[in-house]
Design a binder for this molecule. Structure first.
Ligand SMILES: Nc1ncnc2c1ncn2[C@@H]1O[C@H](COP(=O)(O)OP(=O)(O)OP(=O)(O)O)[C@@H](O)[C@H]1O
Ligand SMILES: [Mg+2]
Length: 394
């Protein structure tokens, strides 16, 4: 039976009772039918309510349901927004939230909910007239055929290259990938902080993931057949980085910061960074990423962001593969955890990533998982671009 026929059977009497249902999308009505079939009293919310689409009720439980019918998998930024809504005082009469997606969820979403032990949100995939709640298995990430090389480079020192390389590797590892983390900087900071590598055990019953910290001479694709993500922490002096690595980059992250004295200087640094990379690699997609973002200054950040973006627009006219990651989508926030990362060298504790939950959340874990989502979506966009000349949105 097709969806439309099912809906006809189901909603005949409902249509008379619920005016809002008339305005519901077909996806919402399908979800309504399936939720009612599972014993929930369910109602579509009036259009003015944007934060959730359906309200469901059972003895002892009242849930807000968000539904997404989109081609790409639901990413962590979307789930974060819904979690923020559930944490607000006006959502306190809901016991839980339910996020229903027709296309599934990215591995970062599952990793985040698992690592943060979030108990008030359930995920479900709606497919072929079914709601599948235990959906992580069917959403498992596809095998990568080709190794993806990601460089973290800027010609300025001390803006977070090493910190970003290590924690981006950590986020890919939480998504189930083994990662090669190549220390191209002669300071060998990664080796000092993480030694030979780290193992992130898995709580989902399968094997965990390994981050292997390697020097430029130790990495060999043939020796690490299961390692499909390679992240290079570069030397700020461009010439000191081996050309063969720069040439392999599929992506390159250019960390920068939002601060008044830095804006002109940073734009200049980005220009020089761009020129250096392009000498060796004309195809890599380059992403400017804001690091050490202060979250308690939204107004100042908006102004600084606009100023940097204006300068950036001129650069983009020269290079269409240069992207500015809007900090409203993804940025690495300033955190004490990242500031003191590596402290184990002083107190003798075990090397680890700065992914520990402090208070309610782990900022670094959320930010780096969102960064993985962003890059993965970009990969899909690039692949579909090579088939059709489509636009790129996040
Ligand atoms: N998001 C952040 N929040 C707080 N502190 C940060 C953040 N990112 C980086 N730092 C701190 O900034 C300092 C410099 O970071 P890092 O060593 O990663 O920079 P780098 O670009 O690799 O430097 P170098 O050019 O010397 O290799 C470190 O002390 C780190 O703890
Ligand atoms: Mg460094």
């Amino acid at each position: 039976m097709r969806w439309a026929e099912l809906l006809d059977v189901l909603t005949d009497s409902d249509r008379k009772r619920e005016v809002v249902l008339e305005r519901a999308t077909e996806t919402e009505r399908m979800a309504l039918f399936l939720l009612r079939r599972e014993g929930w009293a369910a109602q579509v919310t009036p259009r003015e309510i944007k934060e959730y689409d359906i309200e469901i009720l059972k003895p002892g439980a009242k849930c807000a349901v968000q539904i997404r019918n989109q081609r790409a998998k639901v990413h962590l930024g979307q789930v974060e927004k819904f979690l923020d809504f559930l944490a607000q005082p006006n959502a306190k009469n809901f016991t839980d939230g339910v996020f229903i997606s027709t296309s599934g969820f990215t591995p970062s979403v599952y990793a985040y909910l698992r690592e943060e032990k979030i108990a008030n949100l359930r995920l479900a995939i709606m497919r072929e007239h079914q709601l599948i709640f235990d959906c992580e298995k069917i959403d498992a990430s596809e095998e990568r055929e080709k190794t993806t090389y990601i460089g973290v480079f800027t010609c300025k020192g001390g803006v977070g290259k090493t910190t970003i390389s290590a924690h981006l590797a950590g986020a890919f590892a939480l998504n189930g990938y083994d990662v090669g983390l190549i220390d191209l900087d002669h300071q060998q900071n990664l080796r000092k902080i993480l030694g030979e590598g780290v193992y992130l055990s898995s709580t989902k019953g399968s094997l965990g993931s390994v981050i292997s910290v390697l020097t430029k001479d130790e990495w060999d694709e043939g020796d690490y057949k299961d390692t499909k993500i390679v992240i290079c922490d570069c030397n700020p002096e461009f010439e000191a980085n081996p050309r063969e690595y720069i040439q392999k980059f599929d992506y390159c992250l250019i960390p920068t910061t939002l601060n008044p004295l830095g804006i002109n200087k940073n734009a200049d640094v980005i220009k020089r960074t761009l020129a250096s990379i392009r000498r060796e690699n004309q195809t890599a997609e380059l992403f400017v990423l804001i690091n050490s973002l202060q979250t308690d200054e939204p107004n100042r950040n908006n102004l600084l962001n606009q100023a940097l973006q204006t300068q950036f627009k001129q650069m983009r006219e020269l290079d269409a593969r240069l992207h500015y990651i809007n900090p409203a989508d993804v940025a690495i926030r300033f955190s004490k955890q990242l500031l003191y990362w590596g402290f184990h060298l002083f107190d003798g504790s075990k090397p680890q990533l700065a992914f520990k939950t402090v208070g309610r959340y782990s900022y670094p874990r959320m930010d780096f998982l969102k960064l993985v989502d962003y890059l993965e979506l970009q990969t899909q966009v690039q692949q579909s671009k090579s088939i059709s000349a489509g636009g790129c949105t996040y």
